[in-house]
Write a protein that binds this ligand. Structure first.
Ligand code: FAD
Length: 484
């Protein structure tokens, strides 16, 4: 039977079970749908759109080598996928699973329309080591604490990656190629801010696998994975893998990463275990999203609904918006006027808070679409704890600017920093950006790399009093009556 494989966040030809299954069925056509219309699907941010454009070019080229044409369509998945399946005369339609709420609803809709038309539809596990519904506590719920979660998951067997499929011999049905990638206007124009992104990244499968290979290195004790426990918190070193966008877009799979790193267990026992647990946090974030589809809009710990974070358009957004802490009678300790809050939010976004580690991070983010994890934590903490601005606004900014922004890891980590999330940092542990810089950027090399005017009059003064704002945040937190 002719087959259709529908690509989503799995833009690779190796270790791709849906692609393999389609090719095993018969002459295969591939499809990517730019779906900004299915209800609830969050439109991609600017940096992500840039990445996607190049990722699709890369995918089309590697599929071309397998003789598989890539059709591009824009629209609602439940309309587009069945239509292309019909044009390809496909008796079989395959895809790899997604785990967000709106994505799952869209996939269920596609499945039923495809099946109603008498075609077979099958989905596969490709982007998580284990399915969220297979990793449950004894009570049958998702894990809320990372350590037992990871103990359970890392103790299991993870399948080995699948090899690249062989080129198909029989040409599939000709399907009009659909949209032109250029017409989707994914690339920024007027102004084109993508220059530094292109210097920092090569989107695509080969580039992702090359990074992974470099990171694990040979089986010796001086590789990046071996040094990872010592270097991963130093933002001016290339101490982390930088695999996040490649995992986000599925250019590399967690199975490939897990096994590559596990193979270094002998020469780098600590490094491979610490690194694997970071993959575990990725897995945990996605499992959390599966169990809490509203992760990007609702505090997981609902007592934080009364925290008086600043959020504009209070009550107008319809959704659970704004400083409803005020409505719930929390003290107005860190309640900001709109003007003041907008000024602070703007300073944070532009990297002009007067705290060099935060400012360097925000500028790195703006230029390259990525920020070091340590700096993400410090920067997020300043926004939600010292500036009193809602984590959702920080999450939205990251969503728009990160090349690795995904619907699980981004809100999960914002809630982790804010204290409202799963197994979150205790609220009272408020990062001090000065102390963090002294510890993790002791020579100031990272700060100087991103802030040319550091040490001159042009560099702004600190935008908030750390001591006072910390005390106000703790007071507001205490008034929630939340457990520490
Ligand atoms: P490495 O240290 O090499 O880690 C390897 C892989 O493990 C990463 O590529 C990533 O897939 C995974 N990983 C590591 N840490 C985490 C974590 N805390 N949560 C989830 N996965 C993790 N990561 C994203 O992939 N997308 C996001 O949108 C995102 N938003 C974040 C927002 C905030 C406020 C914070 C504090 C962290 C966020 N992270 C996010 C997690 C983390 O900062 C990045 O995954 C990491 O910096 C990526 O760099 P790396 O690939 O070199 O990481």
């Amino acid at each position: 039977t002719p087959a259709l494989v529908w690509f989503r966040d799995d833009l690779r030809v190796r270790d791709n079970p849906a692609l393999r299954a389609a090719l095993a069925h018969g002459p295969t056509v591939a499809l990517y749908v730019l779906d900004e219309e299915s209800p609830g699907i969050r439109p991609l941010g600017g940096a992500a759109r840039w990445w996607l454009h190049h990722a699709l070019e890369d995918l089309a080229a590697s599929l071309g080598q397998l003789g598989v044409p890539l059709v591009l369509r824009r629209g609602t998945a439940a309309a587009v996928v069945p239509d292309v399946a019909a044009k390809a005369h496909a008796g079989y339609v395959a895809w790899n699973r997604r785990y967000g709420g709106p994505e799952r609803r869209a996939d269920t809709a596609v499945k039923s329309v495809v099946r109603r038309a008498g075609r077979e539809a099958e989905s596969f596990q490709a982007s998580l080591l284990h399915e969220p519904w297979d990793v449950l506590t004894q009570q049958g719920t998702g894990y809320k604490v990372f350590t037992p979660f990871w103990k359970e998951v890392s103790g299991r067997d993870h399948r080995h990656p699948l090899p690249v499929p062989r080129p198909q011999r029989e040409a599939p049905e000709h399907v009009p190629s659909g949209d032109d990638l250029g017409a989707w206007a994914l690339l920024p124009r007027d102004p084109d801010w993508s220059g530094p992104l292109a210097e920092a990244w090569t989107p695509g499968e080969e580039a992702g696998l090359a990074l992974l290979k470099d990171f694990v290195g040979p089986d010796t004790a001086d590789t990046a994975v071996a040094l990872y426990p010592d270097e991963r918190d130093l933002p001016d070193r290339a101490g982390t893998s930088r695999l996040s966008p490649y995992l986000r877009w599925g250019h590399v799979s967690p199975f490939q990463v897990w096994h590559a790193v596990a193979d270094r267990r002998r020469a780098a026992p600590e490094g491979s275990a610490v690194f694997a647990s970071e993959l575990g946090w990725r897995e945990f974030a996605w499992h959390t999203l599966y169990h809490h589809a509203d992760l990007a809009s609702e505090n997981l710990r609902r007592e934080f609904d009364a925290y008086p974070w600043w959020l504009p358009h209070a009550g107008r957004g319809g959704a659970h918006d704004a400083a409803h802490g005020r409505a719930h009678g929390a003290p107005p300790a860190v309640v900001l006027g709109d003007r003041e809050a907008n000024r602070l939010l703007d300073a944070w976004r532009r990297g002009r808070t007067g705290f060099p580690m935060v400012d360097a991070g925000q500028r790195e983010l703006w230029a390259t679409g990525w920020m070091h994890n340590r700096v993400r934590m410090v920067s997020a903490s300043l926004l939600v704890k010292n500036l009193g601005i809602h984590w959702r606004l920080g999450e939205r900014w990251f969503w728009d600017t990160l090349v690795d922004a995904d619907p699980a890891s981004n809100p999960f980590n914002w809630q982790w920093v804010a204290g409202s999330g799963a197994d979150a940092a205790p609220f009272f542990r408020i990062f001090n950006p000065r102390t963090q810089a002294a510890k993790f950027d002791p020579q100031g090399a990272y700060a100087r790399a991103w802030i040319p005017e550091l040490g001159t009059d042009e560099y702004p003064d600190e935008c908030v009093d750390l001591g006072e704002s910390r005390a106000e945040a703790l007071e507001a937190y205490r008034s929630l009556g939340a457990a520490p």
